[in-house]
Design a binder for this molecule. Sequence first.
Ligand code: ADP
Ligand code: MG
Length: 414
Amino acid sequence: MKFEDYRISPEIKKSLEKLGFKKPTDIQYKAIAPILKGEDVLAIAQTGTGKTAAFAIPVIDMLHVRKSSKRSNGIKCIVMAPTRELALQLTEVFEQIGRHTRVKTFCVFGGVEQGPQIAKLEAGIDILVATPGRLFDLVSQGYIQLDRVEVLILDEADHMLDLGFIHDIRQLIRHLPRKRQTLFFSATINETIKELAYSLVNKPVRIQVSPKDPVAKNVDHSVMYVDMDDKRFFLERVVKENPDKKILAFVRTQVRAERVVKAMERVGIEAASIHGGKEQRDRTDVMKRFKSGAVKLLVATDVSARGIDIPGVEYVVNYDLPDQPENYVHRVGRTGRGTQKGIAVSFCSPEEKPILDEIQQYLTKDIKVLEVDKEDYEATIDFSADAKYDWRALMKEAEEGEAAAKKKKGKKKR
Ligand code: ADP
Ligand code: MG
């Protein structure tokens, strides 16, 4: 069935055509009808399979139709997302799909002044996309009323119901009308969270697409055994061998993100970083540059692991393995989106082997190993523009260290 044949508003069909969406994806095919019927939905489908439009199309349609029959003010739908970048991206999709309708979407998130957001809120918003912290703040201060909300959507639902967010979410749900439609979407969910999710919905329709392999089929993913100290040489090689590709590299910490960017700059590779320690303005700017292709290598922490849909990311590198096994699925899912194919490679050091085992257990299968023989391994290090620099730097460091130690000794004697 094509979108043309759906019983949805012509205004929405027009936007879908403009976006190049002809046929619904599996998850869209399965989710749109029950949502239009008003059912609660708990949907699990792989990364990059079009979950956003699966909830955006029916919700915009319902609100558009209702709005033409009665005039009532107030926010009708709340969409929650774990990060600011994802909230912005979802807003963009709602705006694109709803462009010709009467439905207005707006976005609020933390890290920026709330004044301008409050001013906009007064202009009559139908759909509010938000990160939980800022939404909760604005609600507690009385700037947002939730008593007219008809639909609650949690994107990346398992993460939204996890430790870091569940408190804010529970507080918010208290402000919502009891009679509402609740929609949960994610690529992953575990048993504990599933139970929690069930306690928040009413006789939900459960939709699960290809549950056997949580990694999207368009992602060719493998692991490579690399010593911790050699990882930068291997990233350098990946970048230099793929000069035209957009590459997203994930690291464990904010400090490591900055370090990897510096290491890449030393060998003539321009890179940018994104993580929770950066000003929001910088985060937004970096995302823009990566989207446009002005910068080809983005080094990120798990803030960018979920939901982010950047066209043309052909390569994901797990520079460090993720601490949470499900984030492996989300990280590698930043490539191979829609009909695109993608490659993901994980650098696993000996000390990370237990994390790899945990990930493989989670996936219920082993990840393909990219064998690097000794010669090739050495060649990668030799190939680095940094090898000489590093050798000299180390010598210098050692000399300086020795000199400092001598000086200290001398002082003590005196
Ligand atoms: P998910 O949330 O499942 O990870 P997204 O909603 O971010 O996936 O969509 C992934 C990509 O697929 C986006 O770039 C989106 O524009 C594209 N897409 C979604 N639905 C369709 C469709 N029906 N036809 C073609 N492309 C689509
Ligand atoms: Mg998504």
